[in-house]
Design a protein around this ligand. Structure first.
Ligand code: SF4
Ligand code: SF4
Length: 233
């Protein structure tokens, strides 16, 4: 008899517990029915990523002039823990500056830590919002300079989105003087040459005076004795 009553009580307890769980489930369903969905309809709808999302690496250009901003300082190459950056640069004999020849990043090795973007002094290397990099071979994940370089519009977008300061305009090179510039100088500026008097010659260097140089009167005096000489007689 007692066993029968005990099992009946247990059955009621289980039934109430089950009803409580059903109520909780219905409450959760009701709550999410009116809530905005947290899932995204990717790839139909691209996700909205934060500006500092660390996606595919790329090289920016000056948004105004289109110049490549890399100065080949190799700081990104040195700091990379995976050693997946390879820079080829050459020192120009004309400008005595490093000129970038090629820039390779192996995205198959990269762990997207963003250290290379932190050390870059010119905001050249950045993480973009692109994460769709699936490919069929590992070699196709090695991006070269052409594949890494962004367009002016893309660079302008990332400079604004990441709030990076725009590159300063380079100082204008001084114009090379024209061949006939000296001739074109005004006559007043030219050094007077005809008016410069030569230094007086030293006494020793002077030519000895000859009788021909002396005045005619003195020569006459020496050649003919004076008539004014009083006579002894
Ligand atoms: S994100 Fe990190 S691992 Fe990738 S290239 Fe830059 S420094 Fe190297
Ligand atoms: S740190 Fe910046 S400027 Fe220097 S080599 Fe790397 S990308 Fe170029």
């Amino acid at each position: 008899m007692f066993n029968l009553i005990g099992s009946a009580i247990n059955g009621v307890k289980h039934a109430l517990g089950g009803l409580y769980q059903v109520k909780r489930g219905l409450e959760t369903v009701a709550m999410h029915t009116w809530r905005e969905p947290t899932t995204e309809a990717y790839p139909d709808k691209a996700p909205e990523l934060p500006p500092h999302f660390r996606g595919r690496l790329a090289l920016t250009v000056n948004p105004e002039t289109g110049e490549n901003l890399c100065i080949s300082c190799r700081q990104c190459e040195r700091v990379c823990p995976d050693k997946c950056i390879e820079i080829t640069a050459n020192k120009s004999t004309e400008t005595n500056k490093l000129e970038l020849i090629d820039f390779k990043i192996d995205h198959g090795l990269c762990m997207f830590c963003g250290l290379c973007t932190e050390v870059c002094p010119t905001y050249c290397i950045i993480n973009t919002n692109d994460f769709e990099m699936a490919d069929y071979t590992r070699s196709s994940l090695i991006y070269d300079l052409k594949k890494l370089t962004l367009t002016q519009e893309e660079s302008a977008y990332y400079f604004a989105a990441k709030e990076m300061p725009l590159p300063k305009p380079k100082p204008a090179k001084p114009a090379a003087p024209a061949a006939g510039a000296a001739a074109a100088k005004p006559a007043a500026e030219a050094k007077p040459t005809a008016t410069v008097s030569p230094k007086p010659a030293p006494e020793s260097a002077k030519a000895p005076e000859t009788t021909a140089d002396k005045p005619a009167k003195e020569v006459e005096k020496k050649e003919s004795p004076s008539t004014d000489t009083p006579s002894v007689n």
